[in-house]
Design a protein around this ligand. Structure first.
Ligand code: 13P
Length: 340
């Protein structure tokens, strides 16, 4: 695939008013989400839930792409249609999570490195045939006493760069996700310092690996206070710190920034994105690629009961619409009164 086509796909994913749904929970993670609503995680229950999301009418007005898990891209709907085709028929681009998870980094207690590079070239080709147009790889950086170490940041950046180059070779747009976790009692200043260091390392290695910036998307954390920090920054402060950090590090050629929600509540994630888009002084599209922040209310409304499907779809459409408005900086708390 040419650079022009990769760039066109990246731009389509970062289209105005739209963002990505991350529905690529691994088997242990989706089990955790289902446990919370008292639903057993089976191949059938996972299919039923994801089919509910993907068949939501008008979701395509606010959702440009969906990240799938390996099991889902191979699954068919109840009517026998491949899940990826349900999406592409609606004009939503199917994507695929290709990393094999963050594992303990040997000899670096409390730190992780993401695995999955072995055999990746072949897997990417297969996913392309199954309909994927883009991919995702998540690296995890933890803040704590004496961490992250330089070695952890570099190992993760190195893996992200190798993955991104392989994706572009296979004609898939890489979503590069270096996530600095919210866990801990650190301040927003410390999150800014670590996020800035992580992004600087990632872009330096992407450059060395000859990754074309115009044909990729970044999925970063927002710069926020640690979950257990006694003073929690509000949307204005989050927007200022995040944009200040990006201005120093991100190349203007990057088509889009697709934030993860990372444990923010659904409304917080929408408010923070909105606060950034109210400011129009940045060269990149600032969008969302939320998992929990889009799905929490949907899971609650569904509860595993087929009788609740339309209620759950209404909850999904509502969150998607609110985040769609946050893409223009026109979201207001008043929109929440329209929640189903
Ligand atoms: P959250 O929005 O729940 O953080 O998930 C996004 C994601 O895809 C993490 O890799």
């Amino acid at each position: 695939m040419s650079s022009r086509e990769l760039n066109a796909t990246a731009n389509a994913l970062a289209a105005e008013g739209k963002g990505i749904l991350a529905a690529d929970e691994s088997l242990p993670t989706i089990k955790k989400r289902f446990d919370a609503i008292g639903v057993e995680s089976t191949e059938d229950s996972r299919r039923a839930y994801r089919e509910l999301l993907f068949t939501t009418e008008c979701a395509e007005d606010f959702i440009s792409g969906v990240i799938l898990f390996d099991e889902t891209i191979r699954q068919r709907s109840q009517t026998g249609k491949p899940m990826a085709e349900i999406l592409s028929d609606k004009g939503i681009l199917p994507g695929i999570k290709v990393d094999k998870g963050a594992k303990d980094l040997a000899k670096f207690p409390g730190e992780k490195v993401t695995e999955g590079l072995d055999g990746l070239r072949d897997r990417l080709q297969e996913y392309r045939k199954l309909g994927a147009r883009f991919a995702k790889w998540r690296g995890v950086i933890t803040i704590g006493t004496g961490i992250p170490t330089r070695w952890c940041v570099e190992s993760n950046a190195h893996a992200l760069a190798r993955y991104a180059a392989l994706c572009q070779e296979a004609g898939l747009v890489p979503i590069v996700e270096p996530e600095v976790l919210m866990d801990g009692d650190h301040t927003i200043e410390r999150c800014e310092e670590v996020t800035s260091r992580a992004l600087m390392t990632v872009f330096s290695l992407l450059h060395e690996h000859r990754v074309e910036i115009e044909g990729m998307l970044l999925k970063p954390n927002m710069v926020v206070s640690g979950k257990d920090c006694t003073s929690q920054a509000g949307p204005e402060e989050v927007a200022l710190a995040t944009l200040r950090c990006f201005a120093e590090v991100l190349p203007p050629a990057l088509p889009g920034v697709m934030f993860l929600s990372g444990g923010q509540s659904p409304i917080e994630a929408t408010m923070n994105l909105n606060a950034m888009n109210v400011r129009r002084d940045h060269p990149w599209e600032l969008s969302f690629s939320y998992g929990r922040a889009l799905q929490e209310p949907v899971l609650k409304a569904w509860g595993g009961d087929p009788g609740n499907v339309s209620r759950a779809q209404a909850a999904f459409l509502h969150r998607a619409k609110c985040n769609g408005a946050a893409r223009y900086g026109t979201y207001s708390q008043q929109m929440e009164s329209e929640a189903p």
